[in-house]
Write a protein that binds this ligand. Structure first.
Ligand code: DOR
Ligand code: ZN
Length: 424
């Protein structure tokens, strides 16, 4: 064995003392005792699967003053995330073989963790043209950052059918553009009123009635009605830490402006309860960094989006410690289900999977401090919140973070390109 990692590992749903044997970046054995060329004994610390954050906006290429693949993946590694799925609303948008090749070139050699690229949808682009190189697709049914809006049922149906043929998942930003008002807004409450929860349910209902759909994943569900409606539907669903933890009544001003919006406390608590009860498939950050300068503009001018790839898992680990969330629910939504849904060989400590692990000291609760985070955007709505950051993060057996420092090499690679190499 190249490497053996020892500690209290989460295997088959239980924490117990284990040795994990790693060779060629994969888990080769899990035994009570194992010998390896290198042996790292973490004593009482926990060994958990690293998280897969299936919804991030790393802004590369074209918007790299907000974030790039270097800073985004460093943030991910410090937050215990070993794989990210990056959204297509970059400049140019990831829509065609040419723009995809642009992206592949722009991010080459920058990543500290693994990644998959999500392709965009537009009324004209042919999804099949990029199907071999993307891990999934993203459909925006409402306007938000970027220029990838598709509103007509005819266009959406065509997109559903062409993506169904590829067998890939279609991630949907489900707010109905027809129900969004563009009245002037000054507060988070105005923003919520302009983009009400009913716009989410309406988009989901429209989708469910259209023919041709394959595998559909509803991103960032933020309203209780949408959660309830999705219970009877064959769609998978995702929530974000900000929609679980922040209300529109907070003092965040435009820093809390996001689509879909932060809602009221009752609504948020209902979505949180569904999450606690294991009714939501995926926890993903929707890491959407914008600069402080951009967020400091007039409320109506400020762009929507909240960063979160580095704080998502640490915030939730703190809730596990406080008995507000089951460790099983957290690992299912942050690791196992994203791996299953998107077909990624990670997310579980099991022989044959990538050795993507985090080491967690359950006693190391601390307050989030903006100055300790690594996103280029330089702010977080969670400053001062309790969190448990990982002591170390491994990507395919390579330690990339340890004790608040970046170590090792930049090993990140495209989880799809490994299967189907593309030119570019
Ligand atoms: O608030 C949002 N920001 N919602 C989105 O759908 C996109 C995101 C961004 O890219 O900034
Ligand atoms: Zn997003």
């Amino acid at each position: 064995m190249d490497l053996v990692v020892e500690g209290r590992a989460y295997i088959r749903g239980k924490l117990a003392p284990w040795c994990i044997g790693i060779e060629g970046g994969r888990i080769r054995a899990t035994k009570k005792l194992l010998k390896g060329d290198e042996h790292l004994d973490f004593g009482d610390m926990l060994i958990l699967p690293a998280a897969i954050d299936s919804h991030v906006h790393f802004r590369d290429p074209g918007l790299t003053k907000k974030e790039d693949f270097n800073t985004g993946t460093i943030s991910a590694a410090f937050g215990g995330v070993s794989c990210v799925l990056d959204m297509p609303n970059t400049i140019p948008p990831t829509l065609t073989p040419i723009s995809l090749a642009d992206k592949v070139n722009a991010i080459a050699g920058k990543a500290w963790v693994d990644y998959g690229l999500i392709g965009g949808c537009s009324p004209r682009a042919d999804p099949a043209a990029i199907s071999k190189a993307v891990i999934a697709y993203k459909l925006y049914m409402a306007s938000t950052t970027g220029n990838l809006l598709v509103t007509s049922d005819a266009d959406i149906s065509r997109i559903l059918s062409s993506i169904a043929v590829t067998g890939k998942v279609l991630c949907v930003h489900a707010e109905d553009e027809n129900m969004i008002r563009n009245l002037p807004e000054k507060t988070l409450d105005d923003h919520d009123k302009n983009r009400p929860g009913a716009a989410e349910s309406s988009a989901i209902m429209r989708l469910s009635k259209l023919p041709g759909a394959g595998r559909i994943h509803i991103c960032h569900v933020a309203s209780n009605e949408a959660v309830g409606m999705l219970e009877g539907m064959p769609f998978t669903k995702e929530v974000t830490p900000h929609n679980l933890l922040l209300d529109k009544n907070s003092k965040l001003k435009s820093y809390g402006k996001v689509n879909p919006p932060l809602r009221d406390r009752g609504e948020r608590e209902a979505v949180f309860k569904a999450f606690q009860e294991g009714k939501i498939d995926v926890l993903a950050s929707d890491h959407a960094p914008h600069t402080i300068e951009e967020k400091e503009q007039e409320f109506s001018e400020a762009p929507s989006g909240i960063p979160g790839v580095e704080t998502s898992l640490p915030l939730m680990l703190a809730l596990v410690k406080k008995d507000r969330l089951g460790l099983d629910v957290l690992l299912r939504t942050a690791c196992e289900r994203p791996a299953e849904i998107f077909g990624i060989n990670k997310g579980k400590i099991e022989v044959g999977r990538d050795a993507d692990l985090i080491i967690v000291d359950g006693t190391s609760m601390k307050k989030i401090a903006t100055k300790n985070l690594h996103s280029k955007c330089g702010w977080t709505p969670f400053d001062g919140w309790d969190a448990i950051f990982p002591h170390a993060t491994f990507v395919r057996g390579v330690k990339v973070v340890e004790e608040n420092g970046l170590v090792g090499e930049r090993v990140g690679r495209d989880v799809v390109a490994g299967k189907h190499p593309i030119a570019g």
